[in-house]
Design a protein around this ligand. Structure first.
Ligand SMILES: *[C@@H]1O[C@H](CO)[C@@H](O)[C@H](O)[C@H]1NC(C)=O
Ligand SMILES: *[C@@H]1O[C@H](CO)[C@@H](O)[C@H](O)[C@H]1NC(C)=O
Ligand SMILES: *[C@@H]1O[C@H](CO)[C@@H](O)[C@H](O)[C@H]1NC(C)=O
Length: 425
């Protein structure tokens, strides 16, 4: 299978935001040649992640990843973005890894290569291209916040503003995670990534209203933010905080809330509720790989109505995004229970629900790899466990892509009064 001209590999756009699609083309192959298209990423934690698909070139000697079928590899079928969402650690890597971008001032670099044949290990690629995937669009301003005890990073979209605002909160793993807030700013929202405890330190900090209300007001009072157009975005524990503020705060009035796989079982206070939950976690089941399944523990908490937030008090539009296969939080049971509470209270018209079959707990921005189970440090004891998050790779990825678009539309509708495509960057 000698070739006179080497194959030409192209990726377009070569530099993009992480939620944008790309087109990968291989030209100048002999017709009917088997090739492997491979993506490799060297992470900030110094691990290697890869994805690949096996293809056969068409009669013109071309492979188009977005139009052709992969016959094997880490994904199969016609999958334009399989080279990103099916990424996994290379064989022989540490176990329980999760890929998360910590420095959003640099892009995620992905090396796309094409190899002859379907058995590509130890071969030299025929061609390679380095592509950049960004969370932060050009012109987005990144401001470190350490104000009145509140820690976080505020991202401001380019332009004069004023912009709608958001406060973004991640879950019980703690730490400062900026990537989703940076991406939301790239999509037009001034967004504060709020750090609300350091990893392993949950019970030592103030998890009461005040901290979150101060965070909210930092966004609201920023000169480039429309003060009456500030919403909340949370995942897991961050989503429980979001519901708590929406139902109970007398100080802040979020304009709308997006909650991904959280629960409303922290009615006494978020910290007390979380500590309560931790006490019962030793009862959690483990799966065949010794990964902890927390969902039943949370179900029991939800059974005690004295622990639940009164969701009937929510006064703003609320979007609940639920992974039906979430093994960490009983997301669908939670959403059902919230629907019932809101129906009984007469505010169910404020609720929008998105349930995704075979999606797990960690519903991330589009094309992020799927993590079914990862290492996790449990607070208090500092004990390292493997947590089962759930989900199947392909439907979970589809859920990430679909929910992101719908969340952006929801946020634009309630924070910009506009859901039309022109609001897109
Ligand atoms: C992030 O990367 C930029 C560019 O390489 C660098 O200047 C900056 O110090 C890094 N930030 C952190 C927190 O490491
Ligand atoms: C919830 O309470 C009901 C009635 O008390 C009980 O039958 C059920 O097993 C409980 N469920 C959980 C998950 O604890
Ligand atoms: C399972 O994980 C726990 C920690 O979560 C550990 O103490 C225990 O030894 C593990 N069991 C096995 C069989 O690996």
């Amino acid at each position: 299978m000698s070739q006179i001209v080497p194959p030409i590999l192209s990726v377009a756009p070569i530099r993009a935001l992480v939620d944008e699609t790309f087109k990968v083309l291989v030209d100048n192959l002999s017709p009917g040649s088997p090739v492997t298209v491979h993506a490799l990423h060297h992470s900030e934690d110094q691990d290697y992640w890869e994805a690949y698909g096996h293809y056969i070139s068409d009669h013109r000697g071309r492979v188009s990843v977005s139009d052709d079928m992969s016959f094997g590899g880490t994904y199969t079928g016609k999958e334009a973005m399989g080279l990103l969402w099916s990424m996994r650690p290379v064989p022989g890597s540490r176990t329980g890894l999760r890929l998360r971008k910590m420095n959003v001032s640099t892009p995620m670099l992905v090396q796309i290569s094409v190899y002859r044949g379907h058995d590509f290990r130890d071969q030299t690629p025929l061609a390679s291209v380095l592509t950049e995937r960004w969370y932060m669009a050009p012109g987005v301003q990144r401001i470190e916040i350490n104000e009145d005890g509140v820690r976080g990073t505020l991202f401001i979209p380019p332009g004069p503003g004023p912009f709608p605002g958001l406060m973004d909160m991640w879950g019980g793993g703690g730490g400062l995670l900026e990537y989703r807030a940076a991406l939301l700013a790239s999509r037009g929202f001034a967004c504060l990534a709020l750090e609300y405890f350091k990893p392993g330190e949950l019970s030592s900090v103030d998890l009461e209203f005040k901290y979150f209300e101060k965070g909210f007001n930092i966004v609201k009072d920023h000169p480039k933010v429309m003060p009456d157009k500030v919403g909340l975005f949370g995942l897991s524990l961050g989503s429980s905080v979001t519901m708590y503020l929406a139902a109970e705060s007398k100080v802040v009035e979020p304009r709308c809330c997006v909650c991904v796989n959280g629960n409303h079982g922290f009615g006494i206070s978020v910290r007390e509720g979380y500590i309560q939950m931790e006490k019962t976690l030793h009862k959690a089941r483990v799966d065949e790989n010794n990964a902890s399944i927390w969902r039943d523990v949370v179900l029991q908490i939800l059974n005690d109505s004295s622990l639940k937030l009164d969701m009937g008090k929510v006064k703003c539009p609320l979007m609940l995004v639920s992974g039906v296969d979430d093994q960490n939080t009983p997301a669908v049971e939670v959403a059902e229970d919230i629907s019932q509470m809101m129906r009984a209270a007469g505010n169910e018209h404020l609720l929008t629900r998105l349930d995704y079959p075979d999606a797990g707990h960690l519903i991330e921005p589009p094309f992020s790899p799927h993590f079914r189970a990862t290492n996790f440090i449990v607070h208090g004891k500092g004990e390292k466990k493997i947590l089962l998050w759930g989900g199947q790779t392909k439907p979970h990825s589809d859920a990430q892509e679909d929910s992101w678009r719908k969340m952006l539309t929801f946020l634009r509708l309630h924070l910009c009064g506009d859901a039309s495509p022109k609001a897109k960057l």
